[in-house]
Design a protein around this ligand. Sequence first.
Ligand code: SAH
Length: 352
Amino acid sequence: MNVIKLIDKLYQENSLAKNEIIYILNNIKNAEIDYLCEKAVITRKKYYDNKVFIRGLIEFTNYCKNDCYYCGIRRSNRNISRYRLNLDEIMSCVDLGYKLGYKTFVLQGGEDNYFTDDKIIEIVKSIKNKYNDCAITLSIGEKSYDSYKKFFDAGADRYLLRHETATKDHYEKLHPKNLKLSNRINCLKNLKDIGYQVGAGFMIDSPYQSNENLAEDLIFIKELNPEMVGIGPFISHHDTIFKDEPTGSLEKSIIILALTRLLLPSALIPATTALGTINPKGREAGLNAGCNVVMPNLSPTNVRSKYALYDNKICTGDEAAECRKCIEKRINMAGYILDTSRGDNINWNRPL
Ligand code: SAH
């Protein structure tokens, strides 16, 4: 096998076998990484031109009933101060976001039972009633088919639920026993069946991760064919059992992002905050590896630092308007154009 030949094959066929992906991950070197990124950028351009879509991220609760070993807002972390935004506070974020030109709002939080289905429905409906030209993305974890269906019927358009790792053994090293990979995958399938635009994804260099695990993640997303893929480097949080684990590498992140673009040419792939946290030009590097979405923070500044999934998260002190301006400048400097439309996946039609 030969890395360049495999990249060419992937570029032409948008598909590779697991052993071919592993071969690339084990052997790829500098010039080949540039070549891979070039192919990823050309592929992204065919579908989305030079556009980068923006989504306003509202982190509305950091309470969580789960205890994922890597996550700073895990239940057993007693050292963080917990917060919830009420409907008015959420609507203030949305109002401000709308004024700043956002047409997609991502509501993300821990798995917080305080927010019953009825409360989520009320939030979704309030946003949709006021701004019916906007898309709503939910990212609130594992729920039943019925709950997902109710949120969708209330007007939610998209759902982000990273699968975290597609390998069962690896999943069990990152999560307590009550959390099952099979359930997470079932949730993703339910979300697809209901008609959401769905986002799966995983961390790069999470503890115990091998190149074989990463290849399984890539094969998994190829098969699931989600509309969105969220991928970012693992970054340790000082109050978790993984506090001494090394930070994910930018190079590895870039390779995986570019491979993802080539496997799923029309996917919406964010250059994540985590990527911007491990390197000041991380998000730009992501755009140059085929990413086409950024998700600036719209949460009120007084809660920003409390939504600490990992240490040293960037932009926790900036006002929403500053973030919006900063991100536009960065996108333009990198040679891309900020697109403020809803930014649906081009292959997606909302079911009737
Ligand atoms: N409760 C929601 C949202 C989770 S937070 C859910 O279950 O989907 C969003 C994502 O942040 C997670 O899916 C995870 O991949 C990522 N994340 C959590 N801890 C992290 C860490 N220490 N480093 C990098 N990413 C992390």
